[in-house]
Ligand binder design. Structure first.
Ligand code: AMP
Length: 282
């Protein structure tokens, strides 16, 4: 496995693979890798001859009061995780490599990004769409892998790839969880032991909501209330949103009968955690 820091080196390596007739998968990450990221890599290794992991804390997707500076970084740890999962190349660019002086072009979207996380993070998806488009252009992969953990991001990227004729397949990968159900996240490391003990309430609450739907509940409002009440049993949980939306367009839906995304964002102290479940129906 190689680690490179320049766009030129990535292009040269990928060109060599292409000349050998090999397929390429891309796993975009912000590093501090865990088993969730490794699951994306394993899917890519399974589907493609070669796998590129990008490891870049992208400044344009963080708001001014967010955790860009404090976001955890550890390249030794990341290299080990990539190696274990069978990745072939880590792209570890500097901010200057990705955003040289004079940079002023962005990819943005009108739909899909206003609600859910977009409501409190107004520039987030513009930053995500821009960096992901740049990575697609740099690597030109056959497939790119995104976690369902960030369900709105997965939906946004799928839409962007379709709308802009980006010539690759977008693959969604299920959420990987800790043994107690908490969705794995680089941000879990911010939690104090007390808050970490409370955080599994998110998955418990979502499971309760899902069970209600499976038992026949069709009112989104009632399911939303079930999820909200359960989260509120945790003394330090500060709910940002509990939403049930149509999985096809991320618009709020009164009924749980179609394909739906149930998504939550909750603060524990200063740490903002997200989780969700999706029910897909024809
Ligand atoms: P991040 O490094 O947090 O930007 O995440 C990089 C990619 O890994 C995104 O596509 C995430 O959705 C995905 N990911 C992060 N955590 C998990 C998880 N627990 N399970 C599955 N995918 C995940």
């Amino acid at each position: 496995m190689k680690i490179v820091t320049t766009i030129k080196e990535v292009r040269e390596q990928v060109a060599q693979w292409r000349a050998e007739g090999l397929t390429v998968g891309l796993v975009p990450t912000m590093g501090y890798l865990h088993e969730g990221h490794q699951s994306l890599m394993q899917h890519s290794v399974h589907d493609n001859d070669r796998t590129v992991v990008s490891d870049f804390v992208n400044p344009t997707q963080f708001g001014p009061d967010e955790d860009y500076e404090s976001y955890p970084r550890d390249i030794q740890h990341d290299a080990k995780k990539c190696d274990e999962a069978g990745a072939d190349l880590i792209f570890l660019p500097s901010v200057e490599e990705m955003y040289p002086g004079g940079f002023c072009s962005f990819v943005d979207m009108n739909g899909l990004t206003k609600g859910l996380c977009g409501a409190s993070r107004p520039i987030h998806f513009r930053g995500v769409c821009t960096v992901v488009t740049k990575l697609f252009n740099i690597v030109q992969p056959d497939r790119a892998y995104f976690g369902q953990k960030d369900a709105q991001q997965l939906s946004v990227i799928r839409r962007m790839a379709t709308d802009l004729n980006q010539n690759l397949k977008i693959i969604g990968v299920p959420i990987v969880r800790e043994e107690d159900g908490l969705a794995k996240s680089s941000r879990n490391t911010y939690l104090t032991p007390e808050l970490r003990a409370e955080a599994p309430v998110l998955n418990r609450a979502l499971q309760k909501g899902k069970a209600a739907i499976e038992a026949g509940e069709t009112s989104s409002e009632i399911v939303r209330q079930i999820i909200t009440d359960e989260i509120n049993t945790a003394p330090n949980a500060d709910i940002e949103y509990v939403e049930i939306v149509d999985w096809n367009n991320l618009e709020p839906t009164p009924s749980t009968e179609g394909s739906i995304l149930a998504a939550v964002a909750v603060r524990f102290g200063t740490t903002r955690l997200i989780d969700n479940f999706i029910i897909e129906r024809d």
